[in-house]
Write a protein that binds this ligand. Sequence first.
Ligand code: MOS
Length: 775
Amino acid sequence: MSTMPRRPRAKAIDTVVHYPANANTDAGATRPERHRYVGQPLDRVDGEAKVTGKAVFTAELDFPGLAYAALVCSTIARGRVTAVDGAAASALPGFVALLTHENMPRLARPEPGMQAGGEGFALSDLPYLQDDEVRWDGQPVAVVIADTLEEAEHAASLVRVEYELAAEPAVSFEAEKCDAVVPESVLGEPPELTIGDPDGALERAAAKVDHTYRTPRYNHHAIEPHATVAWWSDDGALTVYDTTQSVFRCKQALAQVFGVDGSKVRAIAAYVGGGFGGKAGLWSHTTLCAAAAKVVRRPVKLAITREQVVRFVGGRTISEQRVALGADRRGRLAALVHEGVTAATTHGRYAEQLTFPARHLYKTPALRVRQAVVNLDMVANTWMRAPGESIGSFALESALDELAHELELDPIELRRRNEPRKDPTAGTRFSSRKLLEAYRRGAEMFGWSRCRLATPRARRDGPWRSGCGVATAYYPYFRVAAKARVRISADGTATIRAPANEMGMGTATVQIQHAAERLGLPVERVSFEYGDSALADTKIMAGGSSQTVSVIAAVDAAIDKVLRALLKLAKRDPHSPLAGLRFKEVIARDGGLYRTDALERGESVTAILRRARRAEIEAEGAAREPKEVEKYSMGSYGAQFCEVRVHERTGEIRVARWLGAFDCGRILNRKMAESQLRGGIVMGIGMALMEETLFDERRGRIVTRSLADYHVPVNLDVPNIEVFFLDVPDKRAIRGAHGIGEIGITGAAAAIANAVFNATGMRVRELPIRLDRLA
Ligand code: MOS
């Protein structure tokens, strides 16, 4: 028997954060002036809530009348569902409903987002449970809803599904890759680009390297598996709590799938336990949970298992890449070719942008980049931290190291000789690019010239060979034209609101720091309301390392409006010290507005608002379009240095030391930025040495479905990682800052591969660099 539907309370979790009274928000002696917060290493505003368990994550939500859903996933790679037998499941106590393609509500096809060349916000255009077709092993084929989680999972385990297997599923990358085709676009850029005559130049080059590099499939394993809680109100409005990296995208995609206006859908995500791109779009479980809530007329929770994260949330594509470099004897590039094949699906179509670094890093008279994609019957691949730049830089930066060895040139010197003055493919000027400076400072701090011997296999310590490697890190600058709201109150507090997303990066903290500084308020008096699509209708996403500056630009615009309005109110009184002043003649500081020509003369926010009998001023601000990226080549840059030790007998590889020197423009919070970069480098160590999704190419099935067999780096695998920032503001970037979320993983795998070569004389061109590949 199912319980009667009851309506949940409208708001169950707090998406407003502010510093608790006892927080360490005093950046201390390093703070030059009161309320100069930007750049200071402030603690996380949500740190206390997280470590004390007060922060409520989606899967922990509880509501009166909540029902639980569990999914049944296909066990064939391609074919049809011929029968679903739910008799045993429906006889269980607590059983509420079974949804299959036969009784699912009709849903519209979602429009895929830019990953798949669309304008929408979904990851694929698949309509879930709308037909009997099975498109990959792991595709959800039935949803069971029950009163408790245990009952739902037990019932799901009893559902019997019969299939008709398609004659020949396309599941082998090896077998299918020859059919790869050039896609229409690669994330909005041309998939193919040629400058000059790269083949001829290669042919004639005094020195050249031309090799194939391979990277395996990788899966997302954020600490928090995906979860959704959904319900519909009587007026046909849908509310979802979802582990999303973009409440906006989640809302838009659901509105499209369910054929309702965007204003009828609200997506909320207060805390997200890591995303890395795996939560950037709408996956099947969110749609299925919302559909289940509609059918059973109750709030429904669907928290997927870690195994299911692997089975129907996509990961990083497998790749095969060719990099060919030709150079003269002095190491100046004559040709650069970077070509690659990746796997996608007919419904996902995401061509991972692995040729992007090659388009922007080196000066060369002849270049060709080309990407092709082969469709397989598998779960749609997706964004995964620096998609493209991560695996692309493994190939490109390994090849640079190979060329340096060929030329008997220091690999840093080789990069120095090929540093472009303009963007090699766009032809635009760099807004700010301090890559060589990062190499210089990094080499100094790492002790490169002392530690790294030019001859491979030259350093040993007992049974261990040791060696050093470097590689370039690169990630482009992205920004979206976002909107935000700011409210300043008579009690001297302010609230910033934007549908931004916090998955652990420090979003809320940095936004509070910035707003407090601009408003001239102590950080304790500024709160940030985020993670709720109802806050503003704007395209914000925690993705593409774009969110921080996108939100800051919008908040800036809103703050301008609020402060202008405040000045106008103050000027109504002819006796105000601000009377007769223009906006640029005042500054917000110490909780009020002050004259720039006489900093001690001004009025507090409280005084101005009280006199005007106003409780608050609120304004919405909209940032301008990101024109800066059209005029300039913009990106974050870095130099990754590492030392590895390789055991002579066993081939065991240990990363002994790491230093990353980065130019990410101005650093807004050094503590959080270092942490982001460190996390990216740790993920790069995993990519280089451990992580690998094993895919059974006979059945099209992912075999590594848990953290017991998908190995990620643990503490003992990670050395002390030093992160150094040049911290030079870019005049063309919002607040001088570039993205920091993704660059950390780029170049990391190549630095390790290059260090392994330096230690052993063995060049491994296939990731992960397992010990058996060193045999
Ligand atoms: Mo990132 S892969 O854009 O979350």
